[in-house]
Ligand binder design. Structure first.
Ligand code: F6P
Length: 548
C-alpha cells in the first residue's frame, strides 16, 4: 500500500476515533494487556492513548510504506543518513560491544570507539586516584564541564539521574556544569572554587561554539590571574578538551595529550555516549558508564530486531504521529515522577525539537504534514502545582509522557519508601484523571458540580514504567527516545541530524556584537533592533566610570 493510501485510511480512522472518549475505550478490561509492550526493564503503556489495536496496525502499515525497515538498517549500518551533511549518524556505534565490526569508509569504527573508551578509562582512573595535579602540585578535586546543548545537557542530565550510583572511588571529585553564555553560572562558581585544584573540561564537538569559548576564556584568565603562570602551563594542568575538531582545540591551547576525540558522525545531541560522557564516567565510574552504554545497546538491538508490533521506539513514534498528524495535538509534556530525572525534559527538548523541528523534507520540498510538536516538561509532582491546571481544564490538547520507576529506596528508610509510593500514587492519579476526567468520579460526585469544577479528560498519555532507575535502564530510556525521533523523521521525510535553523542566529549575533562594541553602524539593522541598540548603548555609556 502507498503512503498516500495509508494516510487516507488513517484519516478515516481518526474521524471514527475523534468523537470517542478515553473513558469509553478504557472500559475494555483487556486494553492494558493489548496496548502495553515491554523490553528489558522498560514497560510502555499506550492504553491511555486515543487509539485501538487496529489503529496501531494501520500506523505500522504506514511505517512499512515509508520504508522504515530499510531506514533502520541504514541508520545502524552507517549509511550517510544525514544527507545535508553527507555523513552517517552512528551514535549507536558508540555503545556497540567490543568485538563488534562496523566499517565506515573501509575503516572499523568500533575499534576507534573502544580506544576512546580506554583513553577515558585512564583519565577517569587518574582523576579518581588523585593523580591529576594542578599548577601547584595539588590533586584535582573539582571538575567543571564547560559546554552547551548536546555537550552539556546529556552529561548533566545523566549525572543528576545517577548520582546515587557514585562509587566510593569517585567521591573525591566534585562535578559542576557551566553552559550559560552570559557567564552567570561560571562567575558564581569562580567566586568560591579553588583554582589550584579545579580542572575544566571544555566539551565542544565543533570547538567553535562562542558560548563555550567565552566561558573557557574566562576560566583560563581566572587561573592565570590566580597562579601568576603562563596560559601554556595552565592549559596543560587545568584543561581537557573533548571534541571532534582537534585542530581548533589545539589552536585554543589544549595540548593533544589532554584531548579526548570523537567523530563527525556523532551528532551533538547524540554525543553523551562518546567522550562527551566523561563527566558521567567521572560521576558513576567507568563500569557504571559501560552499563549506560549496555542499556542503550540493548535498545539498539531491540530496535533493529523486534517486529514493529512489539518494537518500543517504533510504537512510541507511531503513537506520536497519530496524535500530531491525525488528532491534531501539537503540545507534548514530559513528566518524570522522579526528581532524579529533573533534567530529562530539557534533554528531550533538544533531542526532539532540534532533530525534528523542520518544515522541509530531505528532497527540499515543503513538508505536507505537521512535524515536531512543542515539547516541554518538569518533574511531574512539581508541575502539578504549576501547569497541570492547563492540562486538566485548559483549551489545549496535550499529549503527556509519564515516566516513573516502579522500585526506589529499596532497603532504605520507611519514610523515603513512603515518599516514593506518594509519587507513584500521584503519577497514576494524574494519568487517570487526564484520561477519564469527571468519569474518574461517581455520578453522584459530579452531578451538581459547577462548570469550573468539571474535568473534560480525554488527554492522551503514555506511561513509561522503569523497573528501577539504573545506568542500564537510563541508557535504554534515552536510546528509546533517540530512535523514536528517527522513526518520526522517516515518516515525515526529514533529516533529523542537521540543525541549520540555529545557524543564522549565531551569525547575526556576531554582527550585533560589533554594533554593541561601536564597530558597526546601527543604521543597517531594522528599527526594533536599532531602537534597543541605541538604548543599551546609551545606558552603557552612562554606566561607564567618569574619567579624571
Ligand atoms: O547550536 C546548536 C548546537 O550546534 C547543538 O547542536 C550542539 O549540541 C551545541 O550547539 C553545541 O555544539 P558544540 O558541541 O559544537 O559546542
Amino acid at each position: 500500500m502507498s503512503t498516500e493510501l495509508c494516510w487516507k485510511r488513517l484519516r478515516k480512522e481518526a474521524d471514527t476515533l475523534k468523537p470517542r472518549h478515553l473513558s469509553e475505550l478504557l472500559a475494555d478490561p483487556q486494553r492494558f494487556d493489548r496496548l502495553s509492550v515491554r523490553h528489558d526493564g522498560l514497560l510502555l503503556d499506550f492504553s491511555r492513548q486515543r487509539l485501538t489495536t487496529e489503529t496501531l496496525e494501520q500506523l505500522i502499515d504506514l511505517a512499512e510504506a515509508a520504508e522504515l525497515r530499510p531506514a533502520i538498517e541504514a541508520l545502524l549500518d552507517g549509511a550517510p543518513v544525514n544527507l545535508t551533511e553527507q555523513r552517517a549518524a552512528l551514535h549507536t556505534a558508540l555503545r556497540a560491544p567490543e568485538g563488534t565490526k562496523l566499517k565506515l569508509d573501509g575503516k572499523d569504527v568500533i575499534a576507534g570507539v573502544q580506544q576512546t573508551l580506554q583513553a577515558m578509562e585512564r583519565l577517569v582512573a587518574q582523576l579518581h586516584r588523585g593523580q591529576w595535579r594542578g599548577y601547584a602540585g595539588e590533586a584535582i578535586d573539582t571538575v567543571v564541564n564547560i559546554g552547551v546543548g548536546g555537550s552539556d545537557l546529556g552529561p548533566l542530565m545523566a549525572c543528576q539521574a545517577l548520582e546515587e550510583f557514585t562509587p566510593d572511588s569517585a567521591r573525591g571529585i566534585d562535578l559542576h556544569f557551566v553552559s550559560s553564555m552570559d557567564g552567570s553560572q561560571l562567575s558564581g562558581l569562580l567566586s568560591w572554587l579553588n583554582p589550584a585544584t579545579t580542572l575544566f573540561v571544555i566539551s565542544s564537538k565543533s570547538f567553535t561554539t562562542i558560548d563555550t569559548l567565552a566561558n573557557a576564556a574566562t576560566a583560563r584568565q581566572w587561573l592565570v590571574d590566580a597562579s601568576g603562570l603562563d596560559a601554556e602551563v595552565i592549559n596543560a594542568h587545568h584543561f581537557i578538551g573533548i571534541t571532534a575538531n582537534p585542530t581548533k582545540a589545539s589552536q585554543w591551547g589544549i595540548p593533544t595529550s589532554n584531548q579526548l576525540l570523537f567523530w563527525d558522525w556523532t551528532g551533538g545531541r547524540y554525543s553523551l555516549w562518546s567522550g562527551i560522557g566523561l563527566p558521567i564516567a567521572l560521576a558513576i565510574g567507568m563500569s557504571g558508564f559501560r552499563q549506560l552504554l549496555a542499556g542503550a545497546h540493548s535498545m539498539d538491538r531491540h530496535f533493529r530486531e523486534a517486529p514493529f508490533t512489539g518494537n518500543l521506539p517504533v510504537l512510541l513514534a507511531l503513537v506520536g504521529i497519530w496524535n500530531i498528524n491525525l488528532l491534531d495535538i501539537h503540545a507534548h509534556a514530559i513528566l518524570p515522577y522522579d526528581g532524579r530525572l529533573a533534567r530529562l525534559p530539557a534533554y528531550l527538548e533538544q533531542l526532539e525539537m532540534e532533530s525534528n523541528g523542520k518544515s522541509v523534507r530531505i528532497d527540499g520540498s515543503d513538508c505536507s504534514e505537521r512535524t515536531c510538536p512543542v515539547l516541554w516538561g518538569e518533574i511531574g509532582p512539581n508541575a502539578q502545582h504549576a501547569f497541570y491546571q492547563l492540562l486538566h481544564q485548559g483549551t489545549e490538547q496535550v499529549m503527556c509522557d509519564f515516566i516513573v520507576p516502579a522500585r526506589r529506596y529499596v532497603g532504605q528508610s520507611q519514610p523515603l519508601q513512603e515518599q516514593h509510593r506518594l509519587a507513584l500514587a500521584n503519577c497514576l492519579a494524574q494519568a487517570r484523571v487526564l484520561a477519564l476526567g469527571d468519569k474518574a468520579l461517581s455520578e453522584e460526585q459530579t452531578r451538581d458540580a459547577p462548570p469550573w469544577k468539571r474535568y473534560r479528560g480525554n488527554q492522551p498519555s503514555t506511561a513509561i514504567l522503569l523497573d528501577e532507575l539504573t545506568p542500564y535502564s537510563l541508557g535504554s530510556l534515552i536510546a528509546l527516545y533517540e530512535h523514536k525521533v528517527y522513526v518520526q523523521s522517516v515518516i515525515w521525510g526529514i533529516n533529523p541530524f542537521d540543525q541549520w535553523g540555529v545557524e543564522l542566529g549565531k551569525k547575526m549575533a556576531t554582527e550585533l556584537l560589533e554594533a554593541l562594541e561601536g564597530d558597526a553602524d546601527p543604521a543597517r539593522f531594522d528599527c526594533a533592533t536599532r531602537g534597543l541598540l541605541e538604548r543599551i548603548n546609551r545606558l552603557g555609556k552612562a554606566a561607564e566610570p567618569r574619567k579624571g
